[in-house]
Design a protein around this ligand. Structure first.
Ligand code: AGP
Length: 617
């Protein structure tokens, strides 16, 4: 939800601000803007819509300046127009903001009473006038920022430049991520490390409540100072940046989503490498102080796609580790009155590690003295820091708003964790442990085979791209994949889709079936196959058009049992053991959604109204 960047340099910064914003655009793309300090004055350019509009504006009206801030917006307060675009500014300061100022209305009233006038509908603009109020009283920029922060409630990250202090930038992190980057030629800030790739050799992840003041002296040397939430000057670790600029590029692919779908064999392989000893086929990824043997309940909490990963994991933990598992949507969990059991383990799943509801649920679990574990993709993200223990997926940066490789790598780590729990609880033998591990090790190769069938999904997307609604059906671990398939289709193609457990069909949704509603059925030849086949027959008998993803055994059965007069497309996938089937069956639903979106001509990587990192409620 919004991306911010700031750079202090000895050369003009506008171009790099724009490149950084391009890398942050996944966080929001309703409008964008940059501001620099030129001759003790704030200069800015802002434009509604995608970054391209701002780039066009800059081509006509270039922006000089060696100190600047930039913003890409996911609108919360006020329409996505130029007036509401960041940076917000007056002649004294310019501010970019990610997050929400909850008490802005109250502050706005007070400022209006004092005579300040507002030119936007945003919550952010109060920061501009509060800062100005303090600066005009004679406070230094740092004092003005500290005083301003004492008024603000909410979760936010800010970067501020000052007209009368042209070589200074002050930024803060209070609930939204912010990373400081130190490069050879510049010093900078960004909502994530990707924004700073190739310029920042060293990175410093700010802590909650930190205020950082970065500056340049007359010799052009850079310096920074971090003040913690208690007002003390502190040192934070500086780490070598491992993120390359290539990670932020589409390479040979037309969309990030497609690139990220194709990266899955590598991403899953690397995630396995972090958890598995390939020689002994043994998983030892959770060497934390978790007493799996005495554990009575595992609660998994997440949102969206991550929640569906949690749903798959429930099947695995119940089947292999014989463990009681609850899976909860974070935004519901945090406002219920959940019963925490003593000694329970709460597991948080989040690609970004910043999802506000998941973060709030994590805080709740900690208050209740639950042991907490997180599976996240982004190093040093808020959820990773707050959780007692963390496991990282090795998906690499995921830029397409629709999650693909982050989901399958979450599943991969969850599968590893289920094997560890099952072994530690004495519910599977060492032989079973090795067999299940081997099944995971074989998976990247099988996924590569599905990716080679890429064009098959392109063709079968034609069945869906003209539809208004679609249904996805699955059983067992493929039921959450049906939900995920429906979510992917909704997100990128705007076609209404629902996922259902196939057995639920006759309890209501069968009323929707007619020849205009395509039905995607996930049916590997597993223990549930014959049941799913009956449901598929029920759909076909009502004129439904079915796309069935199955394996070679399933194909034989389907061809035997379904009359050739029906509209049935069978897509044969590699045969895999049922343990890993939900990971493999994720790939065709991703590709199908992608190609439907492509045929519809939607913005695949930046679908309307969405943002990748949901840092507001
Ligand atoms: C999935 O395609 C979406 N991007 C969305 O559902 C996402 O999974 C959800 O917002 C949770 O995000 P997180 O994993 O970063 O916490």
């Amino acid at each position: 939800m919004c991306g911010i960047i700031g750079i202090i340099s000895n050369t003009p910064v506008a171009e790099r601000l724009i490149t950084g914003l391009e890398r942050l655009e996944y966080r929001g793309y309703d409008s964008a803007g940059i501001a620099t300090v030129v001759n003790n004055e704030i200069e800015r350019r802002r434009a509604p819509g995608k970054l391209q509009t701002l780039k066009n504006l800059l081509a006509e009206q270039p922006l000089p300046g060696m100190v600047g801030i930039g913003h890409t917006r996911w609108a919360t307060h006020g329409a996505p127009n130029a007036e509401n675009a960041h940076p917000h500014a007056n002649e004294h300061v310019a501010v970019v903001h990610n997050g929400i100022i909850e008490n802005y209305a109250e502050i706005k009233n007070e400022l209006q009473t004092k005579g300040y006038t507002f030119s936007s509908e945003t919550d952010t603009e109060v920061i501009v006038h509060l800062l100005t109020d303090y600066l005009l009283k004679g406070l230094t920029p740092l004092e003005a920022v500290t005083q301003t922060l004492s008024h603000l409630h909410g979760a936010f990250a800010l970067a501020i430049v000052f007209a009368k202090h042209p070589n200074l930038m002050i930024a803060t992190r209070c609930g939204s991520p912010l990373v400081l980057g130190v490069g050879e030629y510049d010093i900078m800030l960004g909502s994530d490390a990707l924004a700073l790739a190739s310029w920042a050799q060293k990175l410093c992840y700010l802590e909650e409540g930190d205020v950082v003041s970065i500056s340049k002296n007359n010799n052009g040397d850079f310096d920074y100072q971090i003040i913690d939430s208690e007002g003390r000057s502190v040192e934070r670790p500086l780490r070598q940046s491992k993120i390359t600029a290539e990670a932020a590029s589409k390479g040979e692919y037309s969309h990030y989503m497609l690139k990220e779908i194709f990266e899955q064999p590598r991403a899953i392989g690397e995630t396995l490498q972090s958890a598995v000893d390939f020689e002994s086929k043994h998983i030892d990824c959770a060497n934390f102080d978790i007493n799996w043997q005495s554990l009575t309940r595992l609660t998994i909490i997440a949102c969206g796609t991550s929640y569906y990963a949690g749903m798959v994991a429930k099947y695995w933990f119940e089947k292999y580790a014989k463990l009681h598992v609850d899976v909860d949507i974070a935004s519901e969990f945090r406002y219920r009155e959940p019963i925490f059991c003593e000694g329970g383990l709460t597991l948080f799943l989040s690609q970004s590690g910043e999802t506000i509801d998941t973060l709030a649920a994590l805080n709740m679990a900690k208050e209740q003295k639950q042991q907490t574990l997180a599976i996240v993709n982004v190093t040093d993200s808020s959820i990773a820091r707050l959780s007692d223990n963390v496991l990282y997926t090795a998906a690499g940066p995921e830029i397409g708003v629709a999650s693909t490789k982050a989901f399958t790598t979450q599943l991969t780590l969850l599968a590893c964790l289920a094997i560890v729990a099952a072994s530690k609880r004495g519910k599977i033998t060492e032989e079973d442990h090795q067999r299940l591990t081997e099944e995971l090790i074989m998976l990247p190769g099988k996924i590569s085979k599905v990716l080679q069938q890429d064009q098959t999904f392109h063709k079968c997307a034609l069945t869906i791209s003209g539809a208004r609604d679609a249904l996805y059906l699955g059983r067992g671990t493929n039921y959450p994949i049906a939900l995920e398939g429906a979510l992917k289709l909704k997100e990128v193609s705007y076609i209404h889709a629902e996922g259902y457990p196939a057995g639920e069909l006759k309890h209501g949704p069968i009323a929707l079936i007619d020849s205009a509603v395509p039905v995607v059925v996930l049916a590997p030849h597993d223990a549930w196959f014959s049941k799913t086949l009956s449901n598929l027959q029920e759909v076909m008998a009502r004129g439904g058009q079915v796309i069935c993803f199955t394996d070679s055994k399933g194909e034989v059965e389907l061809k035997k049992q379904i009359s050739s007069s029906f509209h049935l497309q069978i897509i044969v996938l590699p045969t895999v053991p049922s343990f890993v089937a939900p990971i493999l069956y994720s790939i065709p639903v991703q590709l199908l959604a992608y190609y439907v979106a492509l045929q519809k001509g939607t913005d695949v990587d930046q679908p309307r109204n969405l943002a990748k990192s949901v840092t507001v409620e």
